[in-house]
Design a binder for this molecule. Structure first.
Ligand SMILES: NC(=O)c1ccc[n+]([C@@H]2O[C@H](COP(=O)([O-])OP(=O)(O)OC[C@H]3O[C@@H](n4cnc5c(N)ncnc54)[C@H](O)[C@@H]3O)[C@@H](O)[C@H]2O)c1
Length: 252
C-alpha cells in the first residue's frame, strides 16, 4: 500500500502501460482518475478493477486540446478532492524515412507526446501546488535518448519530453513538486506494431530484441508500472529531474 491516501490523475491509461499503472495504483491504495481519448477503454479498465474500481473515476480527454486538458485536471481535482500525483502516459508513434515523412505527421506526433505533456503540466502543476506539493511523472522512451531508424519524429518528441521534464523539475522543486520521466524500452503492447512492421515483421523484431536487450526479451506493462508507483510514492521523495529507464538493460 505504497500509495495509501494519494490522489492520482493518470492520463493515457485506457490500454497498455497506462492500464497496468491504473491497476497498480489502486492496488497500492491510491484513489485515481483515469483519462483517455479512448472512453470505452477507460470503462473497461474500471470494470476490470472489479471491487477496486470504486477507487477509480473515468474521464474523457484529448491531450492535444488545451480546453480538454484544463477540464480534465479540474474534474479530477474535484472528484478526488485534490491532486497529489499526475502521471502522463499518452503517446503516439508513426514511423517512416525522413525524406518522405509528412510535416503534418511530424506535428501530430509532437501534438500528443510533447504538447500533451506540456498541457498536462500546465494545468496539473497548479493543482499539485494547491495540495501542498506532489509529483509529476512523464513518459518518454529510450528512443528519446538514443534514437532509432525510421523513428526520427517519435524520438525527437520523446527527447523533448525528457528535456521538458528536467526543466520542469527545476522550476517546480521550490513548490515541493517532483518531476521525473519513465523511459520504457521494448514493451509488448500494440503500440509498437508500426515499428515492428517497419523493422520487417515479428520474426526479425524478435531477433533484434534478443540481441539488443541483455535480458533477452520485451518487457510487459506490469513490469513498467511499478516504476510509476515508486515515483509517486513517499519512498521517492528525494528523487526528481530523473530519466528512469525500464528496459531490460538495453541502455548500458
Ligand atoms: N510499448 C513500448 O514499447 C513503449 C516504449 C517506450 C515508450 N512508450 C510510451 O509509453 C506510453 C504508453 O504506451 P503503450 O505501449 O502503453 O501504448 P498504448 O497505445 O496502449 O497507450 C497509449 C495511450 O495513449 C492514449 N492516447 C493517444 N492519443 C491520445 C490523445 N490525443 N488524448 C488522450 N489519450 C491519448 C491511447 O488511447 C492509449 O490509451 C506512450 O507514451 C509510449 O510512447 C511505450
Amino acid at each position: 500500500m505504497r500509495l495509501q491516501g494519494k490522489r492520482a490523475l493518470l492520463i493515457g491509461a485506457a490500454t497498455g502501460i497506462g492500464r497496468a499503472c491504473a491497476e497498480d495504483f489502486v492496488r497500492n491504495g491510491a484513489r485515481i482518475a483515469i483519462a483517455d481519448i479512448n472512453s470505452a477503454g477507460v470503462q473497461e479498465v474500471i470494470a476490470q478493477l472489479g471491487p477496486l474500481g470504486a477507487s477509480a473515476h473515468g474521464l474523457g480527454c484529448d491531450v492535444r486540446d488545451e480546453a480538454s486538458m484544463r477540464e480534465v485536471v479540474r474534474d479530477a481535482e474535484r472528484l478526488l478532492g485534490g491532486l497529489d500525483t499526475l502521471v502522463f502516459l499518452a503517446g503516439a508513434m508513426r514511423v517512416g524515412k525522413v525524406d518522405t515523412f509528412e510535416a503534418e505527421t511530424w506535428d501530430a506526433i509532437f501534438a500528443v507526446n510533447a504538447r500533451g505533456t506540456f498541457l498536462a503540466a500546465k494545468y496539473g502543476a497548479p493543482a499539485l501546488r494547491r495540495a501542498g506539493g506532489g509529483s509529476i511523472t512523464t513518459t518518454a522512451s529510450l528512443a528519446g535518448l538514443r534514437g532509432a531508424p525510421g523513428m526520427s519524429a517519435y524520438a525527437a518528441a520523446k527527447g523533448a519530453v525528457i528535456a521538458f521534464t528536467t526543466a520542469l523539475a527545476l522550476e517546480l522543486a521550490p513548490d515541493h513538486i517532483r518531476v521525473n520521466a519513465v523511459l520504457p524500452g521494448w514493451i509488448d503492447t500494440p503500440f509498437n506494431r508500426p515499428a515492428i512492421d517497419h523493422m520487417g515483421g515479428d520474426a526479425l523484431h524478435s531477433e533484434i530484441v534478443r540481441r539488443a536487450v541483455p535480458l533477452g526479451r520485451q518487457g510487459v506493462p506490469s513490469e513498467v508500472s511499478p516504476m510509476y508507483v515508486f515515483l509517486a510514492s513517499e519512498e521517492a521523495r528525494y528523487i526528481t529531474a530523473k530519466a528512469m529507464m525500464v528496459d531490460g538493460g538495453m541502455a548500458h
